[in-house]
Structure formats: C-alpha cells, structure tokens
Write a protein that binds this ligand. Structure first.
Ligand SMILES: [Zn+2]
Length: 273
C-alpha cells in the first residue's frame, strides 16, 4: 500500500499548465512523471467538480449541481473509503471541501483547524478567502503530512482560479499564479516522492473567456493530469484524454482500497506493467 498526495490546482486548464508549470512539465519530459489530458465533467464549476473528483460520480449522480449547494455528500468518496479501510486522511483545502466531505455548512471559527481525529477527513486545515496564498496552502498540507503521516492527503490551491476571475484568462496575474504554484511544488514533490508517496496533480476545470467557467468548451473542460511515483507508467500521453470520472478510482487503485460501488472502471491503465 502506498500513500497518495492529491493536488488540485483550482482552475488550472491544460494550456496554462503547459505554458507555466515548467517543473511538472520537466518531470514528464524527463521520464519521471506521466502527463495526460483530462476532460472535466459538466458543469465546469468548482463545487460540482470537487464532488466528482473525490467520488468518481457525475453531477447527475452525486447531486451537487452548482456552487451554492453546501450540504455534505453521503455517497462513497475517497475520504470515506479510506476511513472504511482504516487509512488516515487529511486535507489542506478550500472550505467547500470541508462542507462536502466533513462538516456540512462551514462554521468559520469551529472548522478552520481540525487537528483532532474525526469524520472522514481525519485532519483538516481549511481556508475561506480565494486569495489565501498558495505558498501557505501547500505548507499547510506539508504540516499535515509531517504531523499525521496521512495515507491520503489532499492539497487544494485557489490562486490560479482567483487570478482568472479577477484579472482575466490571459492575464499576467493568472500565469504568475500558475508559475508560483509550480515553483512551490518543485520544492515539495521531491520529498513527497522520497517518502514513497504517489503524487497526483490535476485541476477541477479550466477557464473560458473572461476567466469564467461553467460551460462546455475545451478551454473550460480540458485540464492536466501529472502522475508521479514508482509504479506509474511515465511519459507524455496527451493523445489519451482521460475521463475525470476515473480520477477517484485511480486514487483508490494507488491506495490499494476498494473503489466506490458506483465508481466507473478506468479504461486506460496508468500503471507500469
Ligand atoms: Zn474551481
């Protein structure tokens, strides 16, 4: 069984990652990672796709159809499946992750820090401002890793999406946010790999004109997937577009736990034979 660190770069479309994430691109180019295209589910909107990424289900099944639905999901998720398998979980993430998988409606004072084991996300550090620095977010995740040694750790950053909304899809600020996230990951990923973990980096959605998203265009739906860790078939496989519904079952495969009852079986093998 391996540990998994799951990085979601909110709003980082495929083209932006290719343009700005030079460390991740290097790891794929040099044969140390796999790189794929992923086609997001619809709507290409954050909260519905957080639910999809962690449950492997489409919106029509998990029911989170827009960003306003703050209820907790009761269906199988990677967090609940880990808990059932007695694996430790943790998340440094936007507060909507807490709402979906841990607490339901967020109580800012009570839920921001969760260091005592409870629920399906056993330990959590949640932020609620979209400009909370990614540099701090990734070190929140690293704090959880060093403190609790979780088997499954979610690190979910927001600055790329935020820069797109405020400054536009073609802005210097959006590119800079992606460059900065990649640079922080360049500092952390070697240690994560040395610990024996798989590292999975993807996004919920991209961005269309004006930096907005929600609809059905390639710019909004095409996101990157970088996979690192021993056991991964490395290389650049962008001719294979993966279904976003396969991310959760891939995570289960890496963790060596049973997939959720309703999760789809991935049609592309990502592991070395
Ligand atoms: Zn988003």
């Amino acid at each position: 069984m391996a540990k998994v660190i799951f990085v979601i770069l909110d709003g980082c479309g495929f083209d932006l990652a290719q343009e700005c994430c030079g460390y991740l691109e290097h790891m794929a180019e040099s044969g140390n990672a796999a790189k794929y295209c992923v086609r997001s589910q619809l709507p290409s909107m954050s909260r519905p796709l957080y639910a999809t990424l962690l449950t492997g289900l489409p919106v029509s099944s998990h029911g989170i159809g827009n960003n306003m639905m703050s209820r907790k999901i009761e269906t199988d998720s990677v967090f609940s499946l880990c808990s059932e398998a007695n694996l430790e979980t943790a998340a440094a993430a936007y507060y909507w992750m807490s709402e979906l998988f841990q607490h339901g409606t967020f109580d800012h004072a009570a839920h921001r820090y969760q260091l005592t084991k409870a629920g399906n996300i056993h330990h959590g550090l949640y932020y609620f401002e979209d400009d909370y620095p990614d540099s701090h977010l990734f070190l929140d995740a690293e704090f959880l890793r060093r403190s609790f040694s979780p088997d499954f750790l979610l690190a979910h950053s927001m600055n790329i999406d935020h820069a797109g909304h405020v400054h536009g899809v073609s802005s210097m600020q959006r590119s800079l946010a992606a460059i900065k996230a990649d640079a922080v990951l360049a500092a952390l990923i070697p240690g994560w790999l040395a610990s024996g973990a798989y590292v999975v980096v993807t996004a919920d959605h991209g961005a269309g004109a004006h930096g907005l998203h929600g609809g059905n265009t390639p710019e909004q739906r095409t996101v990157p997937l970088y996979l690192l860790g021993s056991g991964i078939q490395t290389g650049v496989f962008v001719d294979h577009t993966l279904d976003q519904l396969w991310i959760a079952p891939y995570l289960c495969q890496m963790l060596n736990i049973n997939a959720g009852r309703e999760m789809r079986r991935p049609e592309v093998n990502i592991f070395a034979q």
